[in-house]
Write a protein that binds this ligand. Structure first.
Ligand code: BGC
Length: 734
């Protein structure tokens, strides 16, 4: 059970009152509510309890098909029977953060579109693109009969070591909330339920089942919880997946404050809360707000016996689980089915995989970030230079992150290389390479260049090729994924030595990184250009070659601060790192609301590259800032493309001082595409909660009266237009 202080309990009561006064964040759908009520009333208890558990398809934990899954159904992450006599469909769920995943479940699956990582999507600062990706996921899910997808990872990237950052959007709650919402809206628009996950604070993988994530409750509301809140308000996901970890001493799935009081109470969330896979040790989680156990076979392995559904039945028979609560659990699931419409599917629309590939390419185009460029890029499309392409398996494909989100593309991986690791998930950690290869795409777009490849297995050998080449394009990759935090920021397998060796002998060295996180750049000064491609998906190689050859003007902007080193971050040492699986671990997120760029501003630190940073082949000028106050801040300004190429910039509006409190917050953003010579008046309106602090005692957001300094800029450290606006005091709920 939760261990709340008296003060926090008081706060909850106030917060609940606040929701009643200010309304809830979920739109009313009386028809879905009523249908859910009517259906649930007609169900037997066997049908009710069957709906409260999702059974995982056959895989390594459950090697044979569970008898609860009907023969002939394709395997996936979850199956929950329907109630045919009442027209209730079975729930069939698949992981789908970056496309329809297939971590070995379905040998006969013809392959899905492998989208870029969420960090790549976020680097576009383009919600339309996130929505298109969601639509694509919804369509490909539907064509396989999956009516629920486990997508929408909106945990904040608090730690550059987190193995799963590639599945999350950013360090900023506004950006993460807006993009997560866009993806969920795209998915659910196709009639497929989506989750948002992992609620909340699953910001490190280290001992995630035994991890207590400790944070100041007000700071939590202003950051990770705010990302969820914004995403829920905008997209109304059918489900929220609770995290593996504890939050302030109480497991996410057993956290009555977060689930009952905040999510379902204050925010008015009408969908259901499912656990993460193997995160439900007790039926009592149902009392705290958990509605459905997921991956029940893992629970049996981890917690022994049958921890949830059988004891839940007993508890109900003994009156420990109120019948009303049982009905509520079932109704929430039914309500989501009806609201999203999975009971009304006709024939699945045809899926245009060629069009989906275009979306994958476009996402990579907008999400690849040019970090540094001393004029080395772009290369002329008709260059006849001798180009050395080195390392990173660039002759085979691009890497993806590992774990439950791994997508197997049409035609399969170009290569699968065992990596392993001393961890329960270690034997499933592979380097998956998605074709086409960057080498092939570079050859296509630079047809006159003389391109040679070296694997980069030895610095000395790579240097031999670099020495006799005019230009070097050297790759640095990392295998990051679920279950692991990276111990440091270095590139593995001696790649830093390779990059150092080639840049020492060739002054025209361009470094391309394909990683799940910012990494150390010990060779930075010698690289003439650095490109962060993240995990760019199946369109990544083409998009990268387009950027290198100048066909596409880079427009990605960093959605997370790029530290110089771990010493600059809030936790130079990560508690629990390297301890055996099962070691109780506490990570204190003492940076609180000062995540990422806010931390760097508070500590007056200069990162390697700031949040929002990203270069272009053209130039953008900003002028004529007009600020309006009132309930929020509205900034109108002109952006002009003053360079020779068409391109896109991401205008960012920041708070830099709130009535004497020197607080930095991203207030609004917009990606603006401009032709060379074109200019446009742009208006950005601040999300009011970004101007406010959350008062945990009062359960209210509060904007202080007085002068607020704001700035429009190209990055958190590149503020171009500054101004001041007077705001009246404002207190508001939810
Ligand atoms: C992950 C979830 C995923 C689930 C089902 C878990 O290990 O944390 O994100 O949706 O597995 O595959």
């Amino acid at each position: 059970m939760t261990s709340l202080t008296r003060r926090e309990l008081g706060t909850m009561a106030i917060a609940l009152g606040a929701s009643a006064m200010t309304g809830t964040s979920t739109r009313a759908d009386p028809a879905a509510d009523e249908r859910a009520r009517a259906t649930e009333q007609q169900m037997t208890d066997d049908e009710r309890f069957a709906m409260l558990v999702s059974v995982m398809g056959a895989n390594f934990v459950a090697p044979s098909r569970d008898p609860r899954i009907p023969a002939g159904l394709p395997m996936s992450a979850g199956y929950t029977p329907g109630v045919p006599r009442l027209g209730v469909p079975a729930l069939r769920s698949s992981d789908a953060s970056l496309g329809i995943a297939n971590p070995g479940y379905r040998a006969d699956d013809k392959g899905a579109t492998a989208l870029p990582s969420s960090l790549n999507v976020a680097s576009s600062f383009n919600p339309d693109l996130a929505r298109s990706g969601g639509q694509l996921i919804g369509r490909e899910a539907r064509s396989r009969g999956f009516n629920a997808v486990l997508a929408g990872g909106v945990n904040l990237t608090r730690d550059v070591r987190n193995g799963r950052n590639f599945e999350y959007y950013s360090e900023d709650p506004l950006l993460s909330g807006v993009l997560g919402a866009a993806a969920v809206t795209g998915i659910q628009g196709e009639g497929v339920i989506s989750t948002l996950k992992h609620f909340s604070l699953n910001c490190n993988e280290t001992n995630r089942h035994w991890l207590d994530a400790v944070i100041d409750p007000a700071a939590h509301r202003e950051t990770d919880l705010l990302a969820f809140q914004i995403a829920i308000e905008r997209s109304e996901p059918g489900a929220v997946m609770s995290a593996y970890n504890k939050i302030n001493g109480s497991y996410a799935g057993n956290n009555s404050y977060l689930l009952n009081d905040l999510l379902k109470g204050t925010w008015g969330f009408k969908g259901w809360v499912m656990s993460d896979w193997g995160a439900t040790p007790s039926w009592e989680f149902a009392l705290a707000g958990l509605d459905q156990e997921s991956g029940c076979q893992i629970d049996r392995v981890v917690f022994k016996d049958e921890p949830f559904i059988a004891p839940l039945r007993r508890a109900c028979a003994e009156g420990k689980l109120p019948r009303q609560r049982l009905s509520d659990m079932v109704r929430r699931i039914l309500r989501a089915m009806y609201a999203v419409g999975i009971d009304r599917w006709g024939a699945a629309p045809a899926v245009d995989m060629a069009a989906h590939h275009e979306i994958a390419i476009e996402t990579a185009r907008q999400g690849i970030v040019l970090l540094k460029n001393d004029g080395a890029l772009p290369l002329a499309a008709d260059t006849t230079a001798k180009i050395a392409v080195i390392g990173g398996h660039a002759d085979e494909g691009v890497p993806i992150g590992t774990g439950s989100s791994a997508v197997s593309p049409v035609g399969g991986y170009a290569a699968e290389i065992k990596i392993g690791g001393s961890h329960v998930l270690g034997r499933y950690r592979n380097l998956y390479l998605v074709p086409p290869s960057p080498l092939a795409e570079l050859k296509k777009l630079l047809p006159k260049a003389r391109i040679e490849f070296d694997s980069g297995q030895s610095p000395a050998e790579a240097a031999l090729l670099a020495r006799r080449s005019d230009i070097v394009v050297v790759f640095g990759i990392r295998v990051e994924g679920e279950g692991f935090d990276y111990p440091d920021m270095t590139l593995p397998w001696g790649q830093d030595e390779v990059i150092s060796a080639v840049s020492a002998v060739n002054p025209n060295t361009i470094v391309v990184l394909e990683t799940g996180n910012p990494v150390a750049l010990p060779w930075r000064d010698r690289a003439r250009a650095i490109v962060q491609a993240w995990y760019p998906g199946q369109g990544g190689a083409q998009a990268l070659a387009e950027i290198v050859s100048g066909r596409t003007n880079p427009s990605g902007r960093l959605p997370m601060t790029w530290p110089e080193n771990l010493a600059q971050t809030p936790r130079p040492e990560l508690p629990g790192l390297g301890t055996p699986w099962g070691t109780p671990t506490t990570i204190r997120y003492d940076e609180g609301a000062d995540v990422g760029y806010r931390w760097f501003a508070r500590k007056a630190l200069k990162p390697a590259y700031a949040f929002g940073h990203g270069l272009s082949y053209t130039r953008f000028a900003y002028r004529d800032l007009d600020l309006r106050g009132g309930e929020t801040v509205t900034a109108t300004f002109t952006i002009a493309n003053t360079g020779e190429r068409d391109g896109a910039d991401v205008a960012q509006l920041y708070l830099t001082d709130a009535a004497g409190d020197d607080r930095v917050r991203l207030l609004a953003f917009e990606r603006v595409a401009l032709k060379s010579g074109e200019s446009r008046r742009v208006t950005l309106t601040a999300e009011p909660r970004m101007l406010a602090r959350f008062d945990i005692g009062a359960g209210r957001w509060s904007i202080a009266a007085g002068k607020h300094r704001v700035a429009v800029g190209r990055a958190a450290d590149d503020l171009v237009l500054n101004g001041e606006v007077d705001l009246p005091a404002r207190v508001f709920g939810v």
